[in-house]
Design a protein around this ligand. Sequence first.
Ligand code: MYA
Length: 378
Amino acid sequence: MTERVSLSSMLARSQQDLPSRRMKDSYLEVFLPLGSEPQLREKYLTFHNTVRFGRILEDLDSLAVLISYSHTYNPDLKRSPLSIVTALVDKIDMRHHVIYPDCDIKFSGHVTWVGKTSIEAKMHMSQFRDGVFSPVLDATFVMVARDPENKRAAFVNPIQPDGPDEEKILQEGEANKSRRVDLSTASLLKVAPTDEERKLIHSLFLHTLDSNTVSFRSRVLPPSSVWMEDAKLKGLEICHPQERNIFNRIFGGFLMRKAYELGWANASSYGGCRPKLVAVDDILFQKPVEIGSLLMLSSQVCYTQDHYIQVRVHSEVFDPLTRQHNTTNVFHFTFSSDQHVPNVVPKTYGESMLYLDGKRHFNQTVASIINKDSYTQK
Ligand SMILES: CCCCCCCCCCCCCC(=O)SCCNC(=O)CCNC(=O)[C@H](O)C(C)(C)COP(=O)(O)OP(=O)(O)OC[C@H]1O[C@@H](n2cnc3c(N)ncnc32)[C@H](O)[C@@H]1OP(=O)(O)O
């Protein structure tokens, strides 16, 4: 860290002091030779003979960091003064949900938009099968540049689009940023639900009232339903130094892997099935996780529809000395089962807000995927 602090003097004073970069400057292609190097497979293999998606999340996170460093690369410096951290996994759309453990994987991606200190990177993953690379997923990450001590934001190079195609990509990045701001403004943690949402919650409430009593208190679980309080799964991680990143904090990819695996296990026990991942969206990295932390992970099935299960995983660090809890991450995963799943039903007001938040995430990600012909359910 002492060595890194000395890099502070190399930070740009304004964004204008930094040269513009093209999208091709940050373009990277990385191969994961699962097919041609069988010794790699063990790390990636699931019991069901597919690829551990948590491992893919780790690789995507590292690639997003590398892409961001390529964008901000300064050939005059021996080391980058920037600490680049993952702020948000905006979305991951699965285009094919089976990932084969014995076929080579190709990751590619580049910077698609920049703010003053933030970078949007889009990545694609494809897999070599039957003589061609076929798309598996598209991912959008937002990375933030910080000073060498990771204490305050640091400027990143502006981006210069080359031709109409790149201009369109950049405009999409701008639209993504506005969408993120709108979503955060309308968050149920800040404002009341919409009229339609309020009606939905009231109707769910009415469906749970006991028709034999005239009481708001006696609640009965409707048929083929599960109370939300019974659709939770919790876990604990002690954050050992082995999982640290180059800035001496816990690696974002590790956090995603752990949250994903807990969310998957919850969806599996809820649906009584082997769930398939449909989409990941809006994984927020609110605070860094320090080495040595007690990381408490809590997953909740928060919305269901037909054969879809929407899971939210919340992670917080607990300080045993001060007994304080601090939220570090929130993750959203959408899974599908091969059969209808029971309806998850909220009982309290807080659970109703979780339900609505889950429904919003579901509508945002899955509705668009279902409408896309490109999503192949095999
Ligand atoms: C050299 C080669 C090395 C190769 C290494 C390869 C291997 C790599 C492996 C290593 C892997 C290492 C990787 C890891 O493992 S990183 C470990 C996982 N990530 C973290 O621990 C991050 C935790 N979170 C934080 O520290 C803060 O919340 C951050 C820093 C993210 C923001 O803090 P804060 O809110 O106080 O920041 P600000 O108000 O000053 O704003 C700053 C900018 O950030 C933008 N923003 C903020 N939040 C969001 C959001 N939710 N969506 C979109 N954008 C967001 C904001 O618009 C602004 O942008 P701009 O308007 O200026 O543009």
